[in-house]
Write a new protein. Sequence first.
Length: 418
Amino acid sequence: MKVTVNKIDDINFIMSGTINNSVIEGKVAKFKEQDAKEPKNDESADENIEQAAAGEVFKEFIDAGIKEANIDVESILGQPGLKKYEQKDSSVYFEVELAISPEINVDIDYADIVPNYTKPTAAPEVVEAKLVEFAQQQAPFTKIEIARPIENGDVAVIDFTGFVDNKTFEGGSAEKFNLKVGSNSFIPGFEEQLIGMEYNQEKDVIVSFPDDYSAEDLAGKEARFIVKLHEIQEQKPERLDDAFAQKIFADKTATLDKLRNQVSEQATAEELSKLYMSELKPKVVEGLLAKFDFTLPNNIVEQEIDAKVREKTRSFSEEQHKSYMEDKGKFKELRESVREEARKSIKMTLIVEALAKKEGIEVHEQEVIAALGYQATMTGQDPQKLLQYYQDNNLMISAKMGLTEDKLFGVILGFHKA
């Protein structure tokens, strides 16, 4: 197998070469011979064998290119990108792009990119308001003294059973469920239809699942829910005193002042987080991108462009998808529209990885899981389902990188030490 390697710059390579069909056919024959020893009732077996054979030939092509260019395998970034594939009469022509890690000089001073800021402190009135809100949240739910119809903002105790195409579906029913009307935690339109219901009344609630609903078998479909109201409940706030603090801390020596100080620290942390996300982080990113100059891996940039295009087209209608598939110029224009964003994203990732290594910053899997759990709690999602979504869609690495970036920026900004 003859592979020609052209070095484009200090980190990017183009491997090109021709493979005779006989080589691929030989691989197919070998795989069929192996497969014959373990017969399976699989109609797609031949197709799978051809894919496996092509995959092995492609790997051998890459390995030959790496050997030809004397590239250190440990330095290779990501997966090689297939730039050209041409089927000829008796052979296949390959052109593959590959990149190695760029050299990034991390011996820099952060001082000139750190924005000036004043660390916020939560105002006393904000702390008191949060303390009152916390006391309200901790209060037990109790049945209202006088029965009346549901109003917006009430906590309704309901039974419900959902039907799609006259069939029940997983997660579509519950008994004695506490739902705050107006919280927008249910399907759009559901909660509004509960307003005015009387105790022990049953009614049909008709709604449609959003087109982008997480369960694909329900997305965009109309559903009918049979709903029964049992009662309306309310929360009467706890008395703010030392006894309340002792209950929260499970400590007989705790005081209200101790609880107030903790709430103050949390409120200050929230304000600092808002400042970080809205102002400080964007400025640090801008400063780092300007400070570093190195060659970017073309294949990784192209893969990032693919990801951003997929993200943009996820909300496209079927007609829009069709128009982009039929018009290559339009599709190319779409890819180019996200190129600069993709380049900045890859550059930032490489900078963060290099600086985090220098600072000894590590993020462990349990930290990622804990962060996703917190995100789920804050957004009213199921922590286990959110974690499963990240795992199933290969998003754990991205989540880990996000935490690494925040840890690094915290060091740069002086929030904490590495």
